[in-house]
Design a protein around this ligand. Structure first.
Ligand code: AMP
Length: 280
């Protein structure tokens, strides 16, 4: 596996692979890799001639400086994990390499950027879109793999691709969970053992919503889930929202024939976790 930190190393590698007509799958990450990331890499390895990953903790998508400072970083372990998963090249740039100047593009994602993550993390999706747009321009992948864990992010990326015209197929991949149901996340290693032991309640609350989607009005169900999440010790619930699974327009009530998604965000001992489930 090649490891590049500089754009001038990466560009000729990409150009020669393109010239050879080899297809490239791309998995962007912020590192501290776990089996959720590995599932994306393995899918890319299956579907493409080459797999490229990036490991970059993108400062401009953090609206909380402390969160950026405390974000887990395990670069050596990440390299081992990626090599074992079949990745052919990993791009691990420093901040100056990605952002040599301070001028920033401004995307407009309409309501997608004003709800849920967009409303609680102002500027977050613009930062995500800038870095992914830049990585797509450098790597020119045929396919790029994103987890459904970050459901709203996946829709934002699809919209960014529509707006920019990148010729890349965006693939959404299933959420990988711990045996107790907790969605895998780089942030989980920052949970205290007590909070980690309670975190399975998040998925249980989501499963409750899926099982009872036809039994309660949408707003009642949202409140029931908020109550279940709020009952976890040391928790603060940010949102538990049911919306149209394709557009993320919040549901006032069920719409026959349309699938919905319930997305939640919760702080557990100060660590922010998100998760979601499709409600059919
Ligand atoms: P991150 O490193 O958190 O920016 O995540 C990089 C990619 O991995 C994103 O597309 C995430 O949605 C995806 N991802 C993170 N956790 C999981 C998980 N538990 N299951 C599937 N994909 C995940």
């Amino acid at each position: 596996m090649e490891i590049f930190r500089l754009i001038k190393e990466l560009e000729p590698w990409i150009a020669s692979r393109k010239a050879e007509g080899r297809t490239t799958g791309f998995v962007p990450t912020m590192g501290a890799l776990h089996d959720g990331h590995v599932s994306l890499v393995k899918r890319s390895v299956e579907e493409n001639d080459l797999t490229v990953c990036s490991v970059f903790v993108n400062p401009i998508q953090f609206n909380n400086p402390e969160d950026l400072l405390n974000y887990p970083r395990t670069p050596e372990k990440d390299i081992e994990i990626l090599a074992a998963a079949g990745c052919n090249m990993v791009f691990m740039p420093e901040n100056d390499e990605m952002y040599p100047d301070t001028v920033r593009k401004k995307f407009s994602f309409g309501h997608l950027d004003s709800i849920m993550e967009g409303s609680f993390r102002p500027g977050h999706f613009n930062g995500v879109a800038i870095v992914v747009d830049r990585l797509f321009s450098l790597i020119k992948p045929d396919k790029a793999y994103f987890g459904l864990k970050d459901y709203q992010q996946l829709l934002v990326i699809r919209e960014m691709v529509r707006q920019t015209g990148h010729k890349v197929n965006i693939i959404g991949c299933q959420i990988v969970r711990e045996p107790d149901g907790l969605a895998m996340s780089s942030r989980n290693i920052r949970l205290t053992p007590e909070n980690k032991a309670n975190a399975h309640i998040i998925y249980e609350a989501l499963k409750f919503a899926a099982e009872n989607f036809n039994n309660y009005p949408v707003k009642t169900l949202e409140n029931m889930v908020k109550e279940k999440l709020g009952s976890i010790p040391d928790s603060v619930v940010e949102y538990a929202t049911i919306s149209d699974a394709e557009t993320l327009v919040p549901f006032e009530k069920r719409v026959p024939g349309k699938s919905a998604v319930m997305c939640v965000a919760i702080f557990l001992g100060g660590i922010r976790l998100i998760d979601n489930i499709i409600l059919d």
